[in-house]
Design a protein. Structure first.
Length: 160
């Protein structure tokens, strides 16, 4: 089984990310924006981890990509912050799901709303880990035999 941890909207505070990364084994980390500098700091602190990130709406002067595609064990994951995909205006996130499908992905991760979400639109598994800083949440993608399962972890329950 492969495990991907997903963080978003850290907004200058990576303490939750560090706590999680110090306690949970993973194969990859995806940071879906706001702030790119936080993801870069995680890369510096955890140089052996595959840490990928995309720019959020607060990262407008960053050279980070607006979206990225990660592939692990045959599962393609579309990562974007979501502000360019109408995630605050569509309850079913159909614009984001279409972008994922158009890029051959069956999973899409995003942020921007600060609200954690897991669901499915038009056959695309969707995961918003919520805000690590303001909500104390993060996401987990587990992949086994080419099948992805997602969940949101609320750290308030565990006292992080």
């Amino acid at each position: 089984m492969k495990r991907i941890l997903v963080f978003s909207d850290t907004h200058g505070n990576i303490s939750l990310c560090r706590s999680v990364l110090n306690n949970i084994q993973c194969d990859m980390v995806l940071h879906t924006g706001d702030y790119v500098g936080d993801a870069q700091e995680l890369r510096r602190l955890y140089p052996k981890l595959d840490i990928r990130y995309v720019a959020g709406n607060c990262d407008m002067y960053s050279y980070a990509p607006q979206s990225d595609i990660a592939e692990i064990d045959g599962v393609k994951i579309f990562a974007a912050h979501g502000h360019a995909h109408r995630v605050k205006y569509e309850s079913d996130y159909r614009t984001l799901a279409k972008a994922a499908r158009d890029n051959g992905c069956n999973v899409a991760v995003f942020g921007h709303t600060h609200d954690a979400y897991e669901g499915n639109t038009d056959g695309v598994i969707l995961l918003n880990p919520g805000s690590a800083r303001y909500g104390g949440t993060y996401g987990v993608i587990e992949i086994e035999n080419g099948i992805a399962k997602v969940c949101v972890i609320n750290t308030a329950k565990f006292g992080y």
